[in-house]
Design a protein around this ligand. Sequence first.
Ligand code: BGC
Length: 737
Amino acid sequence: MSTDDRLSHLSAAEKAALTGGGDFWHTAAVAGVPAITLTDGPHGVRLQRTGDGAGLLDSEPATCFPPAVALGSTWDPELVHRVGAALGEEARAMGVSVLLGPGVNLKRTPLGGRNFEYYAEDPLLTGVLAVEWVRGLQDRGVGASLKHFAVNSQETDRMRVSADVDERTLHEVYLRAFRRVVREARPWTVMCAYNKVNGVHASEHRWLLTEVLRDEWGFDGLVVSDWGAVVDRVAAVRAGLDLTMPGPDTAGDEALVRAVEDGALDPAALDTAAARVLALVDRAVAGADPGATYDVDAHHALAREAASRAVVLLRNEGGLLPLPREGASVAVIGEHARTPRYQGGGSSRVTPTRLDDALAEITALTTAPVAFAAGYALDGDDDGSLAAEAVETARAADVAVVFIGTAEETEGRDRDSLDLPPARVALVERVVAANPRTVVVLSNGAVVRTAPWDRAVPALVEAWLLGQAGGGAVADVLFGVVNPSGRLAETIPLALADHPSHLDFPGEAGHVRYGEGLHIGHRGFDARGQEVAYPFGFGLSYTTFSYGAATASEVDGGVEVRVPVTNDGDRDGREVVQVYGSVPGSAVRRVPRELKGFACVEIPAGRTAEVVVRVPRADLEHWDPRLGRWVVEGGEHVFEVGASSRDLRTAVAVVVEGDDTRVPLTADSTLGEWRADPRGAEVLERAFAESGGGLGVLADSQVSAFLGSLPLSRLGAFPGSPFDAGVVAELVARVES
Ligand code: BGC
């Protein structure tokens, strides 16, 4: 039966019920339409035994893969694809039809409470990785839910706050990853955010949910609300929201039926929402496989591989790392080595199938003696004896490895500081004093301040929250089983106050102004030429890479950049080759450099790889608010290629054919704008001549500057001016005909 036929058999009440959810994790079973399961996501399947969602901490065991903070640091789309596919297998085996992820909001501020659930401060890196996550997942017959649409970059007042963002920034920064994923991976669903965007609830935002998402990007799936995001069901359906979760919401269902009956809601809007629920259920039924299983061990191994690729080596003075696997005794310091921090709190929290800790994994990898000292208590309760014992343990060993991290990160609350607990930093300082061969391993869901204490530490390993196999992954990196290749997906500032978002976070009185505009993350640091602790894109390896000269050519309207990269060391390794673009002399405001593409390549020791990075035309576009559309600016585009945003080794320029960016002239266009436009200048010249005067007076540079900003329509305000409204209208008609 066609969807129309099926709809025609449903009453308005049944249609409303379909769009309302059945319980916490299921759609409603209505008139023979089966219920399907949606659940979190994103880094593991959080399937709750009870359907009421009451036990937030209680869910079936599932592989806890590295959260997005870690996947983002891999810069490896192929790996992220495999993680997405594994998640799809687990979801399918557990009867889950839609896994609620990926989260593609940007890390606007390092204090963002859910930064651990998001990939990067950069929209391109975020989008490219999320595309592969969605493809991997959906290839297994399980739908994704691209979230949180949109501009959900803080937890403070998250259900009410209005993210106030200018149009260009909205398109180019905060919507860009969503656009990429919608177009390239066609997610089954998109989840609207809790917050407001420029004053309107995302759940009721017609421009966002319909004009941009569907009309502009061609989204053909279902829009689901974030859990509890809907304030007014009727307004939400009118705006283009299809499924309100959780359910049931009898009052909302009734409101919808009433609104249809009394004409407040077009019945077609309810039909459309119900039809999209039917289509989602069809997809889910087609994708389901009651006999599906998954390989728990293989997924644990994948979680370890992914985690090891996410580790970012920040410092390695004197080549302290990798540690030898024999002959050097190791003091493992820090409760986190035994009790790992491996995921954040809130709706993404998964019950792992097993949990590796670094202490056991280090002990398994070395034949030398390993001693352990907790160094601190997780609840901070230490009279000094734990720290003192740790210092002595470190002193007695050949090498000390200290595990410290943030106390907690969770959905629902932003952090209030970039600093690690002071007692942990003090412990590091004492351990380094006792044993100069000290490695520090960080566990945190978003960047922490490393200055100035890191200067005294020879080796610093950023190990994020790495999921259930993180302990083994860290051990692999420490002992060189894995050569680190993780790169920072977010800048580590020297101080919080340096951050571009700092003065406009978290806002007040229900509004947060995204005042830094396009200058999110490294773009803001670069624009102000500010020093940072570790730049975006940075990460060390146990080998070194050198770059030859980049070349580039135009391909399909986009650009292809090629660069030979040589592994100069004696160890195989992976390099993340990064391409940053800029447009010298651009007619519009630009950030100094934007990530335009990257490649994560394995290069054997002593070999050279010919690395190719494609920059599709869509990634050359900027949003022009005057034209209300995307455009490519013609002329020379420069591509700098290197190992981080601040380690650019070679550059190449390409002339790109631009789009038509001519802005139509109006009565409100200034004299300067008319004169800068060849057709406008001609029409104006003629008009001035016909009126008896020439444009001669404007030849004087002071007069030209003085009058240049005068809109044409205002000329009529001056005594004796022949340019009344009628004449101006005629000029506009002439120039735009
Ligand atoms: C979160 C979503 C999540 C949903 C369901 C909300 O609190 O914002 O990311 O998918 O709950 O648990």
